[in-house]
Each structure stands twice: as structure tokens, then as C-alpha cells.
Design a binder for this molecule. Structure first.
Ligand code: GAL
Length: 415
């Protein structure tokens, strides 16, 4: 097992953390936050970093869900020139740790009492063999449905509470000439809709068994066939031009009334808010039909780099990211809720309140689950194998039974 950078380097970084004033903090930050709401959010971190004397070099890699950003990261690390800070999350943090390229940020975590202010399951994702290897910024919920309030009202439609209600609403909208579901045909967006449908139709235990434990019987079950049946229906509810569309353009279709619904994580809310739309008035939010809560925690990992200025930059960034002020302001823009438990939500909107309440309730009830589509549940190879099948099914006339067989085989081959 490879480890973090050497003890001497860790010690040097600890000294750096305590003496940031002596070196000008520098950070080259790789992230994929390029949409309107996302850019506004990451600007909060840039401003805080600058106000503490930091020099930020931006490395945005456009592409929702971060697939392109992760390809860029691999190229940089392979060429021996890792960025100082990288938007990285879930099991991929552990995968990079195992390659021996992450910096240990335990000194910052301990100095700032992260253990006391982060929920245990979130902290768990941020630790590598007991040491802190990433800093969490938020909790995004995936299983959301967003709607244009006017379009629903004009068509006499309420937010659907079951998939049958969703299908009935979608049929009615289609008959009225409105695109029922705004969607972008990119693999990660297909996967986002799929996991919300799977949670809703199969329930939390099914989700856990299928997409966390990769249980073969569950992957091959008749419930999974029903999930693909619903996906076939979803395919019929998107417009003809859905292929390749970016997620924020799909959100714009809901904003301007061209489409009624979008199933997307709550970064979509960041987009509505950045465009001046008001929750409950211009747009509506509700969890997708069914029980449970799919979480997606964004975080930053620091890569092992040389140079006191870069290491000071890493320590400062880590400190700011988990800081109370940043967690509030960033998340107000981003659509998510703070990862810290001690940030007051008074200034947050009703969708954020619903998210926080549902997260607490589902945590208590055992239905708080990691998003597979957003890299929280599985390692890259397994998640990729599932998504390939979801996308192949969505973009063809493959039967649900064939999709299920293909799914089980793809997962078995990825293990
Ligand atoms: C998610 C990420 C979000 C948001 C989204 C769209 O994976 O966690 O913060 O950026 O992709 O790009």
C-alpha cells in the first residue's frame, strides 16, 4: 500500500499551515464549475482566497458531472505536474490516495475541529486510512424534480408524488405540445435520471443492494426490469434534440416554459436562482417519487506538490472550504446545503430546508444513500459499467430484459 507524501513533507506542510504569512499562498484549482450558478459559487472561494492573500490560478474544465475534468486530471498527474487542488469526491478520493499522490491535510482538519462539525458519514468520505485527505464543501441531493410553476398551473398538473402520476402528467403535457422532460443526452445525465427512477421504483433497500453492494440477484431482479421499463417511458418524454445537450441548457428549457420538468441534482436550483427565478413562484422543487435521499458531496483533495507557496495555498484553501462563512455563501449560490452541521439555514430557501429535513429523516430511517451516478457509491470502473448500459438502453430500442442481462454482465466483468 502506498501512502501519502513523506513524513518530512507532512511536517513541512504542518509548519506551512502555521506560517502561511511567510509564503504567498498559491493554488491552481481544477474544477468543473462553469455554468452560471456554478461559476457564481466557485467565485466565492476565489474571493475568500484572494482576501487572505492567496493567488488563485483557475483551471476550469467544462463538462457537467466532471468526466472531462477527471480526464484532464489524469493527464496532469501522469505528466508529473498535478494541480494543487482538485474537485474530487467519493471513492475516487480513495483511488487517488492509493496511487500515493494526495497530500495529507490532517493538520488543517485538526486545527479547525472538522471532526466536531461534520457528520460522520461525510467525514468518512474525506479520510484515507484515518488521515484527512479531502475537504467537503456541501451536500447536493440528486433525487429532485424541478418544474416550471406556470406550465403546471396552466395544464392543471400538481407535482407528481408517484411514477404513475408523473407518467400521467407527462402524457397530458405532451398532448398539449410541451416537452414533458428537459434532458440532456449525456451519459451522466442518463445515469442521474436512472438512479432517481431506480430509488423510486425499487426503494432504498433495492438501491443499496444494487448500486452499493452490486448484489447480482438484485441487479437481475424483476424490479430492475421495471426500472428499465420506466426509463423507456422517460425516453419518450424528452424532445427530439436531447442528444448531447448540457444540463444547464435543459434547466433553461424548464425556465422558459419549453419543458415542464427536469430530474437533476440541486445544482439546477443554483441555475434557476442565478437567473433570478424564485422557488415556489417561478419554479417548483420536490423529491422524485418514492422514499430515500441520494446524496452527493462535493469536495476538494490536495495533491502532493513541492513549494512552500503551493503548500501554504493548500492549507489556506482547506481551511476556507470548511469555514462557516464559505459553507453558507457558497451553498446559497450552489443549490446545495452546507456539509457542516453548525451553519444556520435561516437565509436558505424552502427547497434547501426540505433537503436538510429529508436528509436528517432518511439518515435516521436508514434510507440516506450515496449517489452512484455522481461517484459517491462505487469506484470508477463499476459506476462506468452501469452507466454504459443505462445509456445504451436509453439510446436504442433495447428491451428491459436485455438491459438487465447486459447490466449484470457488465458489472460482473468490471469486478
Ligand atoms: C456534479 C457535482 C455538482 C455539479 C454537477 C454538474 O457531479 O457534484 O457540483 O457541478 O456535477 O456539473
Amino acid at each position: 500500500m502506498k501512502h501519502f507524501m513523506s513524513i518530512a513533507a507532512v511536517a513541512a506542510m504542518t509548519v506551512m499551515a502555521a506560517q502561511t504569512a511567510k509564503a504567498e499562498p498559491q493554488a491552481e484549482v481544477l474544477h468543473w464549475w462553469t455554468s452560471g450558478g456554478e461559476a457564481k459559487s466557485v467565485a466565492v472561494l476565489q474571493q475568500e482566497f484572494a482576501s487572505r492573500g492567496g493567488v488563485w490560478t483557475d483551471m476550469p474544465v467544462a463538462g457537467g458531472g466532471g468526466d472531462a475534468a477527471m480526464t484532464a486530471l489524469r493527464a496532469r498527474v501522469l505528466s508529473g505536474n498535478a494541480p494543487t487542488a482538485v474537485q474530487l469526491k467519493g471513492p475516487s478520493i480513495q483511488e487517488w490516495y492509493e496511487e500515493g499522490v494526495l497530500a495529507d491535510i490532517s493538520a488543517v482538519a485538526e486545527a479547525n475541529g472538522w471532526e466536531d462539525v461534520l457528520p460522520a458519514n461525510i467525514a468518512g468520505h474525506m479520510k484515507c486510512e484515518g488521515s484527512w485527505c479531502a475537504a467537503p464543501v456541501n451536500v447536493h441531493r440528486i433525487d429532485w424534480i424541478w418544474a416550471n410553476a406556470d406550465v403546471l398551473a396552466k395544464n392543471g398538473i400538481a407535482m407528481p408524488a408517484t411514477w404513475d402520476e408523473f407518467n400521467a402528467a407527462a402524457d397530458k403535457l405532451a398532448a398539449a405540445g410541451i416537452t414533458p422532460l428537459a434532458h440532456g443526452g449525456q451519459a451522466w445525465q442518463d445515469a442521474t435520471v436512472f438512479e432517481a427512477v431506480a430509488l423510486g421504483i425499487g426503494g432504498p433497500e433495492f438501491f443499496q443492494k444494487a448500486f452499493v453492494e452490486l448484489d447480482m440477484a438484485t441487479l437481475k431482479s424483476s424490479t430492475m426490469v421495471a426500472v428499465f421499463d420506466q426509463m423507456r417511458k422517460m425516453r419518450g418524454y424528452v424532445d427530439a434534440d436531447f442528444s448531447g445537450r448540457d444540463w444547464n441548457l435543459a434547466t433553461a428549457m424548464v425556465m422558459n416554459g419549453e419543458a415542464a420538468f427536469q430530474i437533476m441534482g440541486d445544482w439546477a436550483k443554483g441555475e434557476f436562482l442565478a437567473a433570478g427565478k424564485r422557488p415556489g413562484i417561478d419554479f417548483l422543487c420536490a423529491s422524485t417519487p418514492g422514499e430515500g435521499f441520494l446524496y452527493n458531496v462535493d469536495s476538494f483533495a490536495m495533491f502532493a506538490v513541492d513549494g512552500a507557496d503551493k503548500q501554504a495555498g493548500q492549507a489556506l484553501l482547506a481551511e476556507l472550504i470548511v469555514g462557516q462563512n464559505f459553507q453558507k455563501t457558497f451553498n446559497l449560490n450552489k443549490g446545495s446545503i452546507p456539509a457542516r452541521t453548525d451553519v444556520a439555514l435561516d437565509d436558505f430557501d424552502p427547497c434547501a430546508h426540505a433537503s436538510a429535513q429529508d436528509m436528517a429523516a432518511s439518515n435516521y430511517g436508514g434510507s440516506l444513500l450515496p449517489s452512484y451516478a455522481h461517484g459517491m457509491a462505487l469506484r470508477g470502473a463499476q459506476a462506468g459499467a452501469i452507466t454504459d448500459v443505462v445509456t445504451a438502453h436509453f439510446n436504442s430500442d433495447m428491451s428491459s430484459a436485455d438491459a438487465v442481462e447486459m447490466l449484470a454482465n457488465a458489472v460482473a466483468n468490471s469486478l
